[in-house]
Design a protein around this ligand. Structure first.
Ligand code: PLP
Ligand code: TYF
Length: 398
């Protein structure tokens, strides 16, 4: 049975962490994986989470099976976070939400549902995109194409290329869009871009699938929901995958959600029944802990305030690190202008370093980045940033 099984390639991002862990150098820095580390270089446990966990432990709640679509209070809180507490979509019963195993689980369940609804559709992801987008939708049985997105020369968006590619895709294609804090580039669309994209998507009857994994890391919780809100106004049917891995620093608890926006309450009921079928045959029903914690925080005025403050601290610290990186690289005489790094949003930065330079960073300096030049600015702190900027200056001189 297993004799002829070949080695599968490693996940390029998670594989890098394995190599980092095996590195014995004291001053090594992992700028590879997209995880937020605090100033002490540790993954924080948020105070809001600790408080909610204490209350949960004290309640000694039984651990029965959850409904297939997860915790109702959690699903409702996710909808308010995406569409606003006053959203007409919600009161009209046009949003169906199911708790999912992280943002990844939401994308996969969404992909499986879409395969039943649109078996012959193509999926389009941004060029570049999170590696797993392609893999997930190919696994769900779709051909995956790319639409132009990033312009390496301007460190900005290829606006006309993007719109042209979206226009040229076969009608009713599934378009994966990063709501904010684009992974891997850190370059986001503005309100005007979104409106133009929505026009093209409507015209071509494409199906938007909005991936929001970094809500609160860009400009703020409400501001980062802009894309979801604009799609809500558009009158289209669409999907949203939410992840709370980063915004609650609950990576290992696998807390996410899939939301589907329909045209009516009646449509919602039918769509939910099909979504439940997909979930049932995947993992039956979701786990209790993470979503209970997130729901308690979002549904308590006090804990929500605490969470917003802590998320704000993470956002501000990343901005400070971006700024410090730009300043240090300039002061140290880097042979390149890095001011664009401070303009990017969220955890990631497309540094513009090439494969060889990334290799030199790792081999000569113990600084780990993705071969595409992506670095995680959220892994910088005041102790390691000097070493990182020294290393970048040096590899640029080789
Ligand atoms: N979508 C994007 C764009 C991501 O960067 C990530 C990162 O992990 C995810 C989805 C998946 O999140 P999760 O860890 O919650 O599965
Ligand atoms: O892009 C990242 O680094 C994060 C973490 O298969 C991640 O999104 C990376 C790869 C992967 C799952 C999560």
């Amino acid at each position: 049975l297993f004799a002829a099984v070949e080695m599968a390639p490693r996940d390029p991002i998670l594989g890098l962490t394995e190599a980092f862990n095996a590195d014995t150098r004291q001053n090594k820095v992992n700028l590879g994986v997209g995880v937020y580390y605090n100033e002490e270089g540790r993954i924080p446990l948020l105070r809001a989470v600790v408080e909610a966990e204490k209350a949960r432990l004290a309640a000694q709640a039984p651990r029965g099976y959850l409904p297939i679509e997860g915790i109702g209070a959690y699903d409702a809180a996710v909808q308010r976070l995406l569409f606003g507490s006053e959203s007409a979509l919600i009161t009209e019963g046009r949003v169906v939400t199911a708790q999912a195993l992280g943002g990844t689980g939401a994308l996969r369940v969404g992909g499986d549902l879409l395969k039943r609804l649109l078996p012959d559709a193509a999926v389009a992801i941004s060029n570049p995109s999170w590696e797993n987008h392609r893999a997930l939708f190919e696994s769900a049985g779709f051909p995956v194409q790319q639409y132009r997105y990033y312009n390496a020369e301007t460190h900005g968006i290829d606006r006309s290329g993007m719109l042209e590619d979206l226009r040229n895709l076969p009608p009713r294609s599934i378009i994966i869009l990063h709501a904010c804090c684009h992974n891997p580039t850190g370059v986001d669309l503005n309100a005007d871009d979104w409106q133009q994209i929505i026009e093209v998507l409507k015209e071509r009857e494409h199906v938007p699938f909005v991936d929001i994994a970094y809500q609160g890391f860009g400009d703020g919780i409400e501001q980062d929901a802009l894309a979801a809100r604009l799609f809500a106004q558009s009158g289209m049917s669409f999907l949203v995958s939410s992840s709370f891995s980063k915004s609650f620093s609950l990576y290992g608890e696998r807390v996410g959600a899939l939301s589907l926006v329909t045209q009516s309450r009646d449509e919602s009921a039918r769509v939910l029944s099909q979504l439940k079928r997909v979930i049932r045959t995947n993992y039956s029903n979701p786990p209790t802990h993470g979503a209970t914690i997130v729901a308690s925080v979002l549904n308590s005025t006090e804990l929500r305030g605490l969470w917003e403050a802590e998320l704000g601290e993470m956002r501000d610290r990343i901005r400070m690190m971006r700024q410090a990186m730009v300043e240090q690289l300039a002061t140290k005489g880097a042979r390149r202008d890095f001011t664009f790094v401070a303009l990017q949003r969220g955890m990631f930065s497309y540094s513009g370093l090439n494969v060889e330079q990334v290799e030199r960073l790792r081999v000569d300096h113990g600084v780990y980045a993705i071969s595409t030049g992506r670095i995680c600015a959220a892994a910088l702190n005041s102790r390691n940033i000097g070493h990182v900027t020294d290393a970048i200056v040096q590899v640029l001189e080789q």
